[in-house]
Design a binder for this molecule. Structure first.
Ligand code: FES
Length: 101
């Protein structure tokens, strides 16, 4: 499996929309599928996409996910992290960070 690194925003705007609940769902899902040692998760304070939170980016592909909820997290785990297919209906092209400020 290729090394995967998730950047999960837990900043204020995303937290107000459920980022902490999403993070809990993500951690449980990674544990459930025995992925915790294969996928690095970094928490960030802001991805510059505050109007589209909760936000997350998956590398190395650089796929940005927006407005995620706990059900969406389950889809991203199953489709993207396990099957290797980006969930296109949840992804979006990020704004330039200057546009989001
Ligand atoms: S607080 Fe999450 S993108 Fe800004």
């Amino acid at each position: 499996m290729q090394s995967i690194h998730l950047f999960v925003c837990t900043g204020l705007a995303c937290a107000l929309e459920g980022a902490e609940e999403n993070l809990e769902a993500l951690q449980k899902g990674l544990q459930q599928y025995n992925l915790k040692r294969k996928i690095r998760v970094s928490l960030v304070r802001c991805l510059g996409q505050c109007g589209y939170g909760p936000s997350m980016v998956v590398y190395p592909e650089g796929i940005w996910y927006a407005k995620l909820n706990e059900d969406d997290i389950a889809k991203v785990i199953q489709k993207h992290l396990i099957e290797g297919k980006a969930v296109t209906d949840l992804s979006r092209t990020p704004l330039d960070t200057e546009d989001s400020l």
